[in-house]
Design a protein around this ligand. Structure first.
Ligand code: APR
Length: 307
């Protein structure tokens, strides 16, 4: 029997994640959205690409949660984008309600699933899912670090003119301007990037990474990034579905690691069939640790704004 993945929110990110998952024949997919016709229509369109793709997964769409029953993974992308005039706190409250309701519904039908939260502000939405689901931390993860690291890797590869396959970067912290890219732990063919690039250049790439989402928003004008977020969701889902024991940067609920407690933030996580298997605590310089704690403060202030 194939695995089953539900994606709540059949918008740009949700549908793109479904596309990647289906193309790789990783799981049967259920798309859920509040708008009538959208999840059904996108699911049918995607399904009709499968004979060409040569993938036998089933893809269905629904406005209700019954068809999601027994999902191995539930990805939550449902939410509002930030609208002009909307404060960050307004967005937190609006999306907390959507993510809270979606979590309540999906855990009813899939009590053993692993939740991958994507809706922004990411780290605070993970906390909503934790409170509502009551799941252990092993089964609640946030997708941000894979995306942020992929952005950093893109810029490093472009700068050096090397294959993206050679580049391995690490970004920790909350998903926002306060994220913490770690050049010391970022390598090109095993060579740490400070050996290959001047500090000024690294600082420029780090800055562009931290503002990576905003750069795309300002180009698209309406909407935010979805190709790289969609592929990053698939990376996490694949590690879980194939029990790969793969280390990826994900938002996880810290319980004292990095001297942080009771909050979600991006850290290196090992993912396998049970979800989060292990959090790696790597040595940080005083400066890196301070940046991580500053990022944690930003997450805490969003969590405080939760209803
Ligand atoms: N239940 C189910 N779906 C909902 C609900 C709800 N209560 N409320 C909104 N949605 C759906 C919308 O109908 C829409 O189809 O969520 C979808 C969101 O899609 P988009 O607006 O296209 O947003 P997208 O670009 O996919 O981003 C989704 O991911 O990366 C984050 O910041 C991003 O928080 C945003 C999320």
């Amino acid at each position: 029997m194939r695995n089953k993945v539900t994606i709540v929110g059949a918008g740009n990110v949700g549908a793109t994640a479904a596309h990647w998952l289906a193309a790789e024949e990783l799981a049967d997919i259920v798309l859920v959205d509040i708008v009538e016709g959208i999840p059904q229509g996108k699911a049918l369109d995607l399904l009709q690409s499968m004979p060409v793709e040569k993938s036998d997964v089933s893809i269905t769409g629904s406005n209700g949660y019954e068809p999601t029953a027994g999902s191995d993974i539930v990805v939550i992308t449902a939410g509002f984008p930030r609208k002009p005039g909307m404060s960050r706190d307004d967005l937190v409250r609006a999306n907390a309600e959507i993510v809270g309701k979606a979590t309540e519904e999906v855990v009813k039908y899939s009590p053993d699933c692993i939740l991958i939260i994507v809706t922004n502000p990411l780290d605070a939405m993970c906390e909503v899912a934790r409170r509502v689901s009551g799941f252990p931390r092993e089964r609640i993860l946030g997708m941000a670090g894979v995306l942020d690291s992929a952005r950093f890797s893109t810029f490093v590869a472009m700068e050096l003119g090397v294959s993206v396959e050679n580049v391995h970067t690490f970004v920790l912290g909350g998903h926002g301007d306060q994220m913490v890219p770690l050049p010391r732990y970022s390598t090109v063919a095993g060579i740490p990037i400070p050996e290959l690039l001047d500090k000024a250049v690294i600082d420029r790439l780090v800055e562009r990474t931290a503002k990576g989402g905003g750069e795309i928003v300002s180009l698209l004008k309406a909407g935010s990034a979805y190709y790289a977020p969609g592929r990053s969701i698939m990376e996490m889902a694949e590690a879980i579905l194939k029990d790969k024991h793969k280390i990826l940067p994900c938002a996880a609920y810290l319980q004292g690691e990095y001297d942080l407690k009771d909050l979600f933030i991006g850290v290196p996580c090992r993912l396998g069939a049970k979800g989060l298997e292990k959090i790696y605590e790597i040595n940080l310089t005083a400066e890196e640790k301070a940046a991580l704690h500053k990022s944690a403060e930003a997450v805490e202030s969003l969590v405080k704004a939760l209803p």
